[in-house]
Design a protein around this ligand. Structure first.
Ligand code: FES
Length: 126
């Protein structure tokens, strides 16, 4: 088990490796992101984590970037490399593939998002 020093980390990328995302190229997306980070010598600034299902399977393969709180859909290896180059290194969100962004209070789907809305979560009974 590895214990990374994260004191220089600027971004945390969650790459969905749940079953739906793995059927849609999750392994290739994971490898593309990690290879591009290494190629750009950004390993000390960008931390990646494979996750289980993120609850957006119809948008597979899902990639989430923090601290910005940007959720990407349908991440292909090419899009994965674009996310690293444009967003993580260049600071420009890859808008065509965004499903949600965080506005410091809640997540919202941008107007240009072509993502499905999804089903409502149960409201808690208090
Ligand atoms: S398996 Fe990736 S969002 Fe469900």
């Amino acid at each position: 088990m590895t214990t990374w020093n994260l004191t220089q980390t600027q971004h945390h990328v969650l790459i969905c490796n749940g079953s739906s995302c793995m059927r849609k190229g999750g392994e290739e997306v994971t490898q593309a992101i990690r290879e591009e980070i290494t190629n750009l010598d950004m390993d000390h600034k960008i931390h990646t984590t494979r996750t289980r299902c993120n609850g957006r399977c119809k948008d597979a393969c899902v990639v989430v970037v923090y601290p910005e709180g940007v959720w990407y859909k349908a991440a292909s290896p090419d899009l994965a490399r674009e996310i690293v180059q444009d967003h993580l290194v260049g600071g420009k969100v890859v808008e065509d593939s965004v499903i949600y962004t965080y506005d410091q209070q809640q997540f919202a789907a941008p107007e240009y998002s072509e993502s499905i809305v999804g089903i409502e979560k149960q409201k808690s009974k208090v």
